[in-house]
Write a protein that binds this ligand. Structure first.
Ligand code: AMP
Length: 425
């Protein structure tokens, strides 16, 4: 029996990889311009890191983590998200003492045992952005703006920005009471999960996917109406900064996000094109997390973008860079094959994409392969040409060809292909 990959954990084949590389390179370029530095964190962490940060009663920690004891019996988890790890790394390496390191991004796979469907997988990839130790609504606005600029640069259509405020411990405590009394009044109609959440973590009820609970939640009191004066001012200031950047948004008081650590401004970029999996990216402020994880009491904000959803939304026409000029060397006959083999290696060392056929097939078969590789030029090394001391260079785009002497062939090819590179740009 053949072995296949695990359900919900997908290969990314070479014909799809171009879009991934495009997304990554646009992210690196834009995030760098916004002052972010890349950080690379491990995929495996101690389980308690996620249990303590994401929250014991969230769906992620309760139902979705890939957790197992290693050979020493230590409980480990494949990371379900990146923020906790970036915070851990910041604390562990005492980066708060290095003012040049405040803004980070990271790109990589995450693991959640969810029910696989379009836009939802068990291994998926995120681009994460985190800002530490800057407590100003301007930073919230900048992070949100960065998310939108990035999506716009990739031509992701019809994105709407949803905003909410999760308040602070001062306003959340009294709000919990009013939410709990509402939930008590409708408790008989709640699903069994929500019955339990009512006492453990009532805010999580806003996450429930059960239709009857959703209807009840639509009538529940919302935190937005219970914010303390400071949180109201802070949220207003974030909105003012967004207004000044020309960003439009929808206030969504029912959006709570799936993780417990958020406070104050939270946001999601929503698409109408992916059915139920409508969030392309989301994030918010999480000022308490650093302290909860044993670090200094420093504020933080950030977001995560789901790369699979981005790729699904990328325009089919999106130009995936295939590189500049690409050459195929077609050889006919043993001597041509031998010389061609050496020439191919030489040109590759001079930073050119070059491919050849190793199987001595007909010119027609080799031209077919050249076509499949979307090369811009084919160099034909045939017996007749060799006898004349020349080779033929065919430009596939213009269908013109010219004969080039074998003497100084490498330089001749490079000068022609690099020259047309410059013409192309
Ligand atoms: P979260 O970490 O839950 O806030 O998710 C941030 C983004 O990651 C979402 O907006 C999605 O784009 C993406 N995402 C989350 N879970 C999955 C999943 N199971 N499969 C694919 N993408 C996901």
């Amino acid at each position: 029996m053949t072995i296949t990959a695990i359900k919900g954990i997908n290969d990314i084949l070479p014909n799809a990889v171009g879009k991934w590389q495009l997304v990554e390179s646009v992210a690196r370029r834009i995030f760098t311009n916004f002052g972010f530095q890349e950080i690379r964190i491990p995929i495996l962490e101690k389980t308690e890191l996620f249990a303590r940060s994401i929250g014991e009663s969230t769906d992620i920690v309760e139902k979705e983590m890939y957790t197992f004891p290693d050979r020493n019996g230590q409980l480990l988890t494949l990371r379900p998200e990146a923020t906790a790890s970036v915070v851990r790394a910041f604390i562990q390496h005492r980066l708060h003492l290095q003012p040049s390191m405040r803004k980070f991004y990271t790109i990589g796979p995450m693991f959640r045992h969810e029910r696989p469907q379009k836009g939802r997988y068990r291994q998926f990839h995120q681009i994460n952005v985190e800002v530490f130790a800057i407590d100003d609504p301007m930073v919230d606005a900048e992070v949100i703006y960065l998310l939108l600029v990035f999506l716009e640069e990739l031509n992701i259509p019809d994105i709407t920005l949803h905003l909410n405020s999760m308040g602070c411990p001062d306003c959340r405590q009294p709000f919990r009471q009013s939410l709990t009394s509402y939930l008590d009044s409708v408790s008989a109609k709640l699903c069994s999960d929500c019955q339990r959440r009512r006492s453990t973590n009532p805010l999580r009820i806003f996450d429930c996917k059960v239709e009857s609970c959703r209807q009840l939640v639509a009538k529940a009191p919302v935190l937005m109406d219970h914010l303390c004066d400071d949180c109201v001012d802070n949220f207003q200031s974030v909105k003012d900064h967004l207004d000044s950047l020309g960003v439009s948004y929808t206030i969504d008081p029912h959006m709570v996000r799936g993780l417990d650590y958020y406070n104050r401004t939270t946001f999601e970029a929503i698409t109408p094109h992916l059915g139920a999996q409508n969030a392309v990216g989301g994030g918010g402020r999480y000022d308490g997390l650093m302290k909860t994880l044993g670090g200094p009491d420093l504020p933080a904000t950030g977001f995560a973008i789901g790369m699979e959803r981005l790729i699904l939304l990328l325009d089919e026409q999106t130009d995936v860079e295939t590189g500049p000029n690409r050459l195929f060397v077609a050889c006919l006959g043993e001597e041509a094959q031998r010389r061609g083999f050496g020439l191919v290696q030489e040109l590759r060392l001079r930073d050119l994409f070059v491919e050849m056929d190793y199987e001595s097939r007909s010119l027609k078969a080799q031209m077919r392969r050249a076509d499949k590789l979307s090369v811009t030029h084919v160099l034909i090394l045939g017996e007749d040409e060799l006898a004349r001391g020349a080779a033929t260079l065919r430009n596939m785009e213009t269908s013109t060809q010219e004969e080039i002497p074998l003497e100084g062939l490498t330089e001749q090819i490079l000068s022609r292909l690099k020259l047309s590179d410059q013409e192309l740009t």
